[in-house]
Design a protein around this ligand. Structure first.
Ligand code: PMP
Length: 426
């Protein structure tokens, strides 16, 4: 007989029971169906605290936005102060002018900007603008690159074939997409050779952070730039993750290749929900003339533009990039050392600002070669990491923020070592 007595429910269990009654799957974004189901009480700096008293060193950072750490005081204060005088006007205000200037100046090559709430919307605006400007319909995009959850961009691979990723998603909305392996300039050249006069845009993450944090091969972005121009297609960099994370100039700045349009989000606003499309004036002005529609009740709200203004001001005045690189490099090296000590083929690759952890030693340059790694094995380790107080997901992408310091480094490495010791012994 089991005499352990009744199992006590944790506060997270109780909340989850309530959540499941009113919220499908207990979550408001399907991305969160997997991963820890602990409820978070609060977050400060690089730390999350659950309702049950567990603390976590956070390397997920809300899927990227908390680039300056959780609830940076100067950004939260700026938003609260600004919102006391009104939240949304249905009219223009000074903060949105300031925010637009700051982002365009920081990005460097961008003439103009339109704010939206989500990266998904910014991508849609970019695609519509590219189609309007070229009078063409097709979009070239790449395996493993994520551009939001809407019907015309969401894709996944099932049984070796790429297609819709959701029940209810109409396959015909993907008919104008030409899907290619990334980092292969010859394949891109061939596709443009075949379909060039139909292609409105080539869209890619300039560094494929969503799948494996894979950098572009030397010369690849340059080739994409040259080919897009040659065939009259609009080159769109989806910098929703890389923007401001890799530096003020994002991926375009890091790799020295300038797109025609770029989408931003996440790190642009200290955790607040803001995204943006930036680009060349001759393209962007099509919104201004009213020729191309781009709308949104909440676009450029006081909250959004106060958050962007405070974030960009601090990125310019007190650039966190060296600090982040120092922490990220030390963390990557520490994880590798622990993996080696346990004699497991732990693979840590990418950049200190965002890196990927998995198992295997394949040479990875695109989504296909990424599949040679043992991604499923890392997923089981990720659950164990969360149990030991490191907040990550099974996708293997770790983000570093400006508020990760020596204490976080030591705690994370100690916890990683402990988690790996137990996981190896299982
Ligand atoms: N583009 C990229 C590269 C992204 O990573 C994401 C989200 N992870 C999006 C677009 C969509 O952004 P959002 O979730 O804000 O709609």
């Amino acid at each position: 007989m089991d005499n352990a007595g009744p199992q006590l429910l944790t506060q997270s269990d109780e909340l989850r029971k309530r959540a499941l009654r009113r919220t499908p799957g207990g979550v408001h974004s399907n991305v969160r169906l997997s991963g820890s189901q602990d409820f978070i009480k609060c977050a400060r700096g690089a730390w999350l605290y659950s309702v049950d008293g567990q603390d976590y060193v956070d390397y997920l950072l809300g899927q990227g936005p908390n680039f300056l750490g959780h609830a940076p005081k100067h950004i939260v204060d700026a938003v609260f102060t600004a919102c006391r005088d009104g939240v949304i006007f249905g009219g223009q205000h000074e903060l949105e002018v300031r925010a637009a200037e700051l982002v365009c100046d920081a990005v460097g090559w961008a003439d103009m900007i339109r704010f939206s709430m989500t990266g998904t919307e910014a991508v849609q605006a970019a695609l519509r603008l590219a189609r309007a400007a070229t009078g063409r319909t097709k979009i070239i995009r790449f395996e493993g690159h994520y551009h939001g959850w809407l019907d015309n961009v969401l894709m996944s691979q099932r049984d070796g074939k790429w297609g819709t990723a959701s029940s209810g998603q109409l396959a015909r909305h993907l008919e104008d997409s030409i899907l290619l392996p990334w980092n292969d300039a010859a394949r891109l050249a061939d596709a443009l050779d075949e379909h060039g006069d139909e292609v409105a845009a080539v869209i890619m993450e300039p560094i494929m952070i969503n799948a494996g944090v894979i950098e572009p091969l030397p010369g690849y972005l340059e080739a994409a730039r040259r080919l897009a121009s040659e065939y009259g297609a609009v080159l769109i960099f989806d910098e929703v993750i890389s923007g401001f994370r890799l530096g003020l100039g994002g991926g375009a700045g890091r790799y020295g290749v300038t797109p025609d349009l770029a989408t931003y989000g996440k790190a642009i606003a200290g955790g607040f929900p803001v995204a943006a499309l930036v680009g060349r004036a001759d393209l962007m002005d099509r919104f201004g003339t009213g020729e191309v529609n781009h709308s949104g009740t909440f676009n450029s709200s006081v909250m959004a533009t106060a958050a962007v203004t405070a974030t960009l001001t601090s990125l310019v005045e007190d650039p966190p990039y060296d600090r982040i690189a120092e922490h990220g490099n030390a963390l990557m090296a520490g994880l590798r050392e622990i993996g080696a000590a346990h004699e497991v083929p732990l693979r840590v690759s990418g950049l200190p600002q965002a890196f990927h952890v998995s198992f295997g030693d394949a040479k990875v340059t695109d989504y296909r070669s990424l599949q040679q790694l043992d991604l499923a094995r890392y997923e089981t380790l990720a659950s164990s990491l969360v149990e030991h107080g490191i907040w990550v997901t099974g996708r293997g992408v770790w983000y570093v923020s400006a508020s990760h310091g020596q204490r976080e480094l030591e705690t994370a490495l100690t916890r990683f070592d402990k988690a790996l010791t137990e996981w190896v012994a299982q």
